[in-house]
Design a protein around this ligand. Sequence first.
Ligand code: ZN
Length: 642
Amino acid sequence: MALFIPENKILEIKNTADIVSIISETVLLKKAGANYVGLCPFHSEKTPSFTVSPDKQIFHCFGCGAGGNIFSFLMKQNAISFAEAAGMLAKRYGIEIPHQGMSPGRKRRISERENLFDINQKALAFFQHVLVEDLRGKKALEYLTKRGIVNETIQRFNIGYAPEGWGNLKNYFQKKKVSLTLVEKSGLISPNKNQSGFYDRFRDRIIFPIIDVNMRVIGFGGRVMDNSQPKYLNSPETSIYNKSRSLYGLNLAKQTCRAHKSVYIVEGYFDLLALYQHGIQNVVATLGTALTSEHIHLLKGYADKMILVYDSDQAGIKAAQRCIDVFLKEHVNFKKEDVFKKENVDTRIMVLPAGHDPDSYIFEFGADVFISAAEKAPGIISFLMDTTIKKHGLSIEGKIHIIADMKEILASIDDSVARSLYIKELSERIQVDENVVLEKVREISVQGTGVTAKAKSLSFVSTKDLKNVNNLKIPREEDLQDRGSKLERQIIAMMLQFPEILFEISIRRVLNHFEDNLLKSIGKIILEYKEGLSEQSRAAISKSQLDDYVCGIINSIDDNEKRCIVTALAIKENPWDRSGCLKLIAQFEGGRNRLKDDLLNKIRAAEEDNDHELLIKLLQEKQKLAVLNEKQKPAQKERINF
Ligand SMILES: [Zn+2]
């Protein structure tokens, strides 16, 4: 894994970068004892089980088991290789990495991504230049001014203009001697259909560069200035641009989102710019795609309240229905803050008065009116309830229709507590007995049709049971640590946290008697890692440099499952000392001797019963144990090299 980047460089990077500050950029972390906790960016959860240890510089999620060091975090989060993760950190902290020794394939992939960032950066400069300093950009600049966009905003968002014509950008790159085949990979130009050569993707459009939270230009959005179609045109997906993971404006909004703990989500570029100019800077745009669960994951790192802003009831209803599954899966939208823990994301649907979009609304009424309207916005389920009640009215027929419309939505709520609360709310609002609504929702769950197929297995609690809500099941480490015997896990944890003991583990051949093969191989990796260290590094492994040691072990593990087990066992704080460690080893060995005694008793019994078949089996087992014990005798002198 770490073959092509020298070990000293990896340590240099690791010692410069701090895992808490890197993870904090995308996950909201809170101090909890010696560690930090937050909502896991790798699985959906509402109670934080994602733990970061500043002392050991590792993270571990007790919910989904993900874990590792700063490199593994970046690899998993950005779907990149170890070398790229190391490169990313090195670049950020100004550490130079020699590239020799990297496999050609890897080198190519990294350099392709680097090239695409570079090409996008150059294209951004081109578009910006045309808008601000070129005659061709005049009409675009006038258009922006007419829409109330000031120069400062244009600069801040690096807005540009792609001029009319088929080859402006292509010629620019040609002049700069950039390979057009490479530029094609960025999606900025496309090959001509019937002849050779390329043409520009963006023509006569205002250009909005899409910049990620690491401040890299990953793609572009282009918007027309008239009514021609398509209104929005984005870069195609490339190895650096994934639209379901990217949100426009997050690079600039992230700090304000953190400060306000909330984020506005709008649809268009101009909506975003208008809000931004009016001082509402915790705003992102979805770039014409529906909100995905990846978007929500991304935003959860910055805010725990999300306000989706829509032009009209119809657009709002459509969007609410479209993302209901996504949101429910992400455990958001639970308005009953008193019942649910604070970590839930509170999601609101804000619908603007008829004839307005966020852009026109804020220019007409100002930020204060906008914010107070946002504060009154209902949660998704309440919003759908409101609109359904409004649509059908409270006549008898109306109520029947309301229940019919809402039952599927209610059945699709995974969380039984939330579901019961909403059933109660609906029954109160339309004055129908709670049990009647419950019955209808249950029917849906039993039929298990369409979107609610998953609802089949749902359990129902009555609102009376809600007093016990604080006992909601949370995945805890105990659930995850059913691997191997407790003693074997403790021994591995000890090896990770008290490296002094490795000598003892090695000469007493403790690992040979592990029953769990995975734990055994992890133990071997740890021993091998220490053996591979220089005399000096070995001496340096003490409590003060435990993080280097754990980081090194994690880097030497390619297997994800093993790495996760290592972080789970390393991150828990145990006050080890030598005598405690020796006691633990003795306990483990004692258990093994009991095994031998047990076997001898069974053999005696089988002899008395004349059970030959069983006797043969037991004798074979005894032989196996004897072989193990033989191996376990104190190792020869030359093997003791610690
Ligand atoms: Zn997780």
